[in-house]
Design a protein around this ligand. Structure first.
Ligand code: SF4
Length: 275
Protein backbone atom coordinates (compact mmCIF):
# COMPACT_ATOMS: atom_id res chain seq x y z
CA UNK A 1 0.00 0.00 0.00
CA UNK A 2 1.36 3.40 -0.99
CA UNK A 3 0.72 6.26 1.44
CA UNK A 4 1.59 9.73 0.25
CA UNK A 5 1.57 12.76 2.49
CA UNK A 6 0.93 15.60 0.13
CA UNK A 7 2.98 18.75 -0.11
CA UNK A 8 1.68 21.58 -2.28
CA UNK A 9 3.49 20.43 -5.39
CA UNK A 10 4.72 16.86 -5.19
CA UNK A 11 5.78 16.66 -8.86
CA UNK A 12 4.67 13.08 -8.91
CA UNK A 13 4.08 11.25 -12.15
CA UNK A 14 5.88 13.97 -14.06
CA UNK A 15 6.47 11.64 -16.96
CA UNK A 16 2.77 10.88 -17.46
CA UNK A 17 0.97 13.08 -19.95
CA UNK A 18 -2.58 11.90 -19.40
CA UNK A 19 -3.91 10.30 -16.28
CA UNK A 20 -7.11 8.55 -15.26
CA UNK A 21 -7.93 8.86 -11.57
CA UNK A 22 -10.80 7.36 -9.63
CA UNK A 23 -11.14 8.70 -6.11
CA UNK A 24 -12.68 6.18 -3.75
CA UNK A 25 -14.64 7.69 -0.88
CA UNK A 26 -15.04 4.51 1.15
CA UNK A 27 -18.70 4.43 0.12
CA UNK A 28 -20.77 2.23 -2.15
CA UNK A 29 -20.97 4.41 -5.27
CA UNK A 30 -17.27 4.92 -5.84
CA UNK A 31 -16.61 1.26 -5.01
CA UNK A 32 -19.18 0.23 -7.61
CA UNK A 33 -17.63 2.64 -10.11
CA UNK A 34 -14.25 0.96 -9.59
CA UNK A 35 -15.86 -2.40 -10.40
CA UNK A 36 -17.71 -0.90 -13.38
CA UNK A 37 -14.59 0.72 -14.86
CA UNK A 38 -12.53 -2.40 -14.40
CA UNK A 39 -15.13 -4.48 -16.24
CA UNK A 40 -15.98 -1.96 -18.96
CA UNK A 41 -12.50 -0.57 -19.62
CA UNK A 42 -10.09 -3.31 -18.56
CA UNK A 43 -7.20 -1.75 -20.50
CA UNK A 44 -7.51 1.72 -19.04
CA UNK A 45 -4.63 2.51 -16.67
CA UNK A 46 -6.64 3.84 -13.76
CA UNK A 47 -5.09 5.19 -10.57
CA UNK A 48 -7.29 4.45 -7.57
CA UNK A 49 -6.85 6.82 -4.67
CA UNK A 50 -8.38 7.37 -1.27
CA UNK A 51 -7.86 10.65 0.56
CA UNK A 52 -7.57 9.82 4.22
CA UNK A 53 -8.57 12.57 6.63
CA UNK A 54 -6.90 10.61 9.42
CA UNK A 55 -10.27 10.50 11.19
CA UNK A 56 -12.05 7.84 9.17
CA UNK A 57 -14.19 5.04 10.54
CA UNK A 58 -12.55 1.62 11.03
CA UNK A 59 -15.19 0.16 8.69
CA UNK A 60 -13.93 2.41 5.90
CA UNK A 61 -10.36 1.07 6.12
CA UNK A 62 -11.75 -2.42 6.21
CA UNK A 63 -13.85 -1.83 3.12
CA UNK A 64 -10.85 -0.39 1.27
CA UNK A 65 -8.91 -3.57 2.12
CA UNK A 66 -11.76 -5.55 0.70
CA UNK A 67 -11.88 -3.49 -2.49
CA UNK A 68 -8.13 -4.06 -2.93
CA UNK A 69 -8.53 -7.79 -2.47
CA UNK A 70 -11.66 -8.33 -4.55
CA UNK A 71 -10.61 -6.09 -7.46
CA UNK A 72 -6.92 -6.87 -7.17
CA UNK A 73 -6.00 -3.21 -7.43
CA UNK A 74 -3.62 -0.87 -5.63
CA UNK A 75 -5.18 2.03 -3.79
CA UNK A 76 -2.92 4.97 -3.14
CA UNK A 77 -3.68 6.63 0.17
CA UNK A 78 -3.33 10.41 0.10
CA UNK A 79 -2.96 12.41 3.27
CA UNK A 80 -2.57 16.03 4.17
CA UNK A 81 0.90 16.82 5.49
CA UNK A 82 -0.82 18.17 8.60
CA UNK A 83 -3.45 16.37 10.61
CA UNK A 84 -6.87 17.49 11.86
CA UNK A 85 -5.48 18.74 15.17
CA UNK A 86 -2.96 20.95 13.40
CA UNK A 87 -5.69 22.53 11.27
CA UNK A 88 -8.00 22.92 14.23
CA UNK A 89 -5.30 25.00 15.92
CA UNK A 90 -4.69 26.88 12.68
CA UNK A 91 -8.39 27.80 12.60
CA UNK A 92 -8.18 28.90 16.23
CA UNK A 93 -10.20 26.04 17.60
CA UNK A 94 -13.26 26.65 15.43
CA UNK A 95 -14.72 23.23 14.66
CA UNK A 96 -15.63 22.71 11.00
CA UNK A 97 -19.31 23.00 10.19
CA UNK A 98 -21.59 22.96 7.12
CA UNK A 99 -20.89 26.68 6.70
CA UNK A 100 -17.16 26.38 7.29
CA UNK A 101 -15.91 23.17 5.76
CA UNK A 102 -12.21 23.76 6.26
CA UNK A 103 -11.89 20.03 6.99
CA UNK A 104 -12.85 19.10 3.42
CA UNK A 105 -10.62 21.78 1.97
CA UNK A 106 -7.52 20.93 3.97
CA UNK A 107 -7.84 17.19 4.54
CA UNK A 108 -9.54 16.02 1.35
CA UNK A 109 -9.44 18.45 -1.59
CA UNK A 110 -5.96 19.93 -1.26
CA UNK A 111 -4.15 16.56 -0.97
CA UNK A 112 -6.13 15.28 -3.96
CA UNK A 113 -5.34 18.32 -6.11
CA UNK A 114 -1.69 18.20 -5.08
CA UNK A 115 -1.56 14.57 -6.17
CA UNK A 116 -2.96 15.48 -9.58
CA UNK A 117 -0.46 18.32 -9.96
CA UNK A 118 -0.44 19.85 -13.44
CA UNK A 119 -1.13 16.70 -15.39
CA UNK A 120 -4.02 16.44 -17.80
CA UNK A 121 -6.31 14.23 -15.76
CA UNK A 122 -9.60 12.48 -16.33
CA UNK A 123 -11.27 12.29 -12.95
CA UNK A 124 -13.97 9.59 -12.70
CA UNK A 125 -16.80 10.70 -10.45
CA UNK A 126 -19.34 8.27 -8.99
CA UNK A 127 -22.44 10.41 -9.37
CA UNK A 128 -25.42 8.23 -10.31
CA UNK A 129 -28.03 8.83 -12.99
CA UNK A 130 -30.74 9.05 -10.31
CA UNK A 131 -28.97 11.71 -8.26
CA UNK A 132 -29.68 15.38 -8.47
CA UNK A 133 -26.41 16.96 -7.37
CA UNK A 134 -23.24 18.13 -8.98
CA UNK A 135 -20.51 16.71 -6.76
CA UNK A 136 -17.08 18.23 -6.42
CA UNK A 137 -15.79 20.05 -9.51
CA UNK A 138 -12.13 20.96 -9.67
CA UNK A 139 -11.47 24.52 -10.78
CA UNK A 140 -8.39 23.36 -12.63
CA UNK A 141 -8.91 23.30 -16.37
CA UNK A 142 -6.64 20.32 -16.87
CA UNK A 143 -8.86 18.17 -14.64
CA UNK A 144 -11.68 16.78 -16.74
CA UNK A 145 -14.55 15.16 -14.83
CA UNK A 146 -16.14 12.03 -16.23
CA UNK A 147 -19.49 10.67 -15.05
CA UNK A 148 -19.78 7.08 -16.31
CA UNK A 149 -22.83 6.27 -14.18
CA UNK A 150 -24.70 9.35 -15.36
CA UNK A 151 -23.75 8.72 -19.00
CA UNK A 152 -24.81 5.06 -18.79
CA UNK A 153 -27.98 5.54 -16.73
CA UNK A 154 -26.69 3.65 -13.67
CA UNK A 155 -29.00 4.04 -10.66
CA UNK A 156 -28.88 3.11 -6.99
CA UNK A 157 -30.34 -0.32 -7.66
CA UNK A 158 -27.67 -0.95 -10.32
CA UNK A 159 -24.95 0.06 -7.87
CA UNK A 160 -26.26 -2.40 -5.29
CA UNK A 161 -26.38 -5.11 -7.95
CA UNK A 162 -22.83 -4.38 -9.11
CA UNK A 163 -21.52 -4.70 -5.56
CA UNK A 164 -23.48 -7.83 -4.83
CA UNK A 165 -22.58 -9.56 -8.07
CA UNK A 166 -18.83 -9.06 -7.66
CA UNK A 167 -18.92 -10.18 -4.02
CA UNK A 168 -17.83 -6.84 -2.61
CA UNK A 169 -21.02 -6.11 -0.69
CA UNK A 170 -21.44 -2.91 1.28
CA UNK A 171 -19.33 -1.34 4.01
CA UNK A 172 -20.52 -2.22 7.50
CA UNK A 173 -21.20 1.33 8.59
CA UNK A 174 -24.32 1.32 6.41
CA UNK A 175 -25.83 -0.56 9.31
CA UNK A 176 -25.94 2.67 11.27
CA UNK A 177 -24.74 5.55 9.15
CA UNK A 178 -25.63 6.96 5.75
CA UNK A 179 -22.22 7.90 4.42
CA UNK A 180 -18.49 7.44 4.82
CA UNK A 181 -16.25 10.18 6.20
CA UNK A 182 -14.82 11.32 9.50
CA UNK A 183 -16.19 9.75 12.66
CA UNK A 184 -17.08 13.22 13.91
CA UNK A 185 -18.68 14.43 10.71
CA UNK A 186 -21.13 17.22 11.51
CA UNK A 187 -23.51 15.95 8.84
CA UNK A 188 -24.50 13.06 11.08
CA UNK A 189 -28.03 12.89 12.38
CA UNK A 190 -28.63 12.51 16.10
CA UNK A 191 -29.28 8.82 15.59
CA UNK A 192 -25.97 8.42 13.82
CA UNK A 193 -24.24 10.11 16.75
CA UNK A 194 -26.05 7.73 19.09
CA UNK A 195 -24.88 4.82 16.98
CA UNK A 196 -21.30 6.13 17.01
CA UNK A 197 -21.52 6.23 20.79
CA UNK A 198 -22.72 2.65 20.82
CA UNK A 199 -20.43 1.08 18.20
CA UNK A 200 -17.33 3.27 18.51
CA UNK A 201 -17.32 4.67 22.06
CA UNK A 202 -13.68 5.77 21.85
CA UNK A 203 -14.27 7.86 18.75
CA UNK A 204 -17.43 9.26 20.32
CA UNK A 205 -15.43 10.25 23.40
CA UNK A 206 -12.83 11.99 21.22
CA UNK A 207 -15.62 13.86 19.42
CA UNK A 208 -16.96 15.00 22.82
CA UNK A 209 -13.52 16.21 23.84
CA UNK A 210 -13.18 18.32 20.72
CA UNK A 211 -16.26 20.22 21.91
CA UNK A 212 -14.96 20.67 25.43
CA UNK A 213 -11.31 21.59 25.16
CA UNK A 214 -11.41 25.30 24.55
CA UNK A 215 -9.21 26.88 27.19
CA UNK A 216 -10.51 30.37 26.43
CA UNK A 217 -14.07 29.36 27.21
CA UNK A 218 -15.45 29.59 23.68
CA UNK A 219 -17.99 26.97 22.72
CA UNK A 220 -18.15 25.09 19.42
CA UNK A 221 -20.26 21.99 19.02
CA UNK A 222 -20.60 19.55 16.15
CA UNK A 223 -24.38 19.82 16.19
CA UNK A 224 -24.55 23.58 16.60
CA UNK A 225 -27.23 25.17 18.77
CA UNK A 226 -30.92 24.84 19.48
CA UNK A 227 -32.91 27.73 20.91
CA UNK A 228 -29.60 29.56 21.39
CA UNK A 229 -28.19 26.74 23.53
CA UNK A 230 -25.19 24.66 22.37
CA UNK A 231 -26.01 21.00 21.74
CA UNK A 232 -23.22 19.12 23.47
CA UNK A 233 -22.63 15.56 22.41
CA UNK A 234 -22.09 14.59 26.02
CA UNK A 235 -25.81 15.24 26.57
CA UNK A 236 -27.04 12.99 23.81
CA UNK A 237 -29.08 10.04 25.03
CA UNK A 238 -28.38 6.40 24.22
CA UNK A 239 -30.09 4.24 21.67
CA UNK A 240 -33.34 2.91 23.04
CA UNK A 241 -32.78 -0.80 22.31
CA UNK A 242 -36.40 -1.60 21.49
CA UNK A 243 -36.65 1.45 19.25
CA UNK A 244 -33.33 0.85 17.54
CA UNK A 245 -34.62 -0.57 14.31
CA UNK A 246 -37.34 2.03 14.09
CA UNK A 247 -34.93 4.87 14.76
CA UNK A 248 -32.64 3.56 12.06
CA UNK A 249 -35.46 3.24 9.60
CA UNK A 250 -36.45 6.81 10.30
CA UNK A 251 -33.00 8.25 9.97
CA UNK A 252 -31.53 6.53 6.96
CA UNK A 253 -32.40 7.30 3.38
CA UNK A 254 -35.64 5.37 2.88
CA UNK A 255 -34.86 4.10 -0.57
CA UNK A 256 -31.43 2.84 0.41
CA UNK A 257 -32.94 1.31 3.51
CA UNK A 258 -35.37 -0.77 1.50
CA UNK A 259 -32.65 -1.88 -0.91
CA UNK A 260 -30.36 -2.86 1.96
CA UNK A 261 -32.83 -5.20 3.62
CA UNK A 262 -31.46 -8.40 2.10
CA UNK A 263 -27.89 -7.32 1.70
CA UNK A 264 -24.87 -8.46 3.62
CA UNK A 265 -22.86 -5.69 5.23
CA UNK A 266 -19.12 -6.26 5.25
CA UNK A 267 -17.17 -5.35 8.34
CA UNK A 268 -15.74 -5.94 11.75
CA UNK A 269 -18.97 -5.63 13.62
CA UNK A 270 -21.65 -7.73 12.08
CA UNK A 271 -24.04 -6.92 14.89
CA UNK A 272 -25.06 -3.60 13.47
CA UNK A 273 -28.68 -2.72 13.34
CA UNK A 274 -29.51 -4.30 10.02
CA UNK A 275 -27.55 -7.51 10.33
S1 SF4 B 1 -16.44 13.76 6.30
FE1 SF4 B 1 -17.42 15.54 7.26
S2 SF4 B 1 -15.92 16.19 8.83
FE2 SF4 B 1 -14.80 14.85 7.39
S3 SF4 B 1 -13.91 16.18 5.86
FE3 SF4 B 1 -15.90 15.56 5.07
S4 SF4 B 1 -17.36 17.15 5.72
FE4 SF4 B 1 -15.48 17.38 6.97
Amino acid sequence: MRVIQMTTNPNLNKDRKERHILALSGGKDSAALAVYMRDKYPDLDIEYVFTDSGCELPETYEYLDRIRAVLNIDITILKSERNFDYWLKYYKGVLPSPKNRWCTRQLKLKPFEAYIGDDLTYSYVALRADENRKGYLSKKRHVIPRYPFVEDGITLQDVINILQNCGLGLPAYYGWRKRSGCYFCFYQSDDEWRALKKYHPEEFEKACQYEENHSDGRIYTWRGKKGGKPLFLRDIDDFVPSGEKQRYEESINKKLSSLLKDIKLIGINTNYVLS
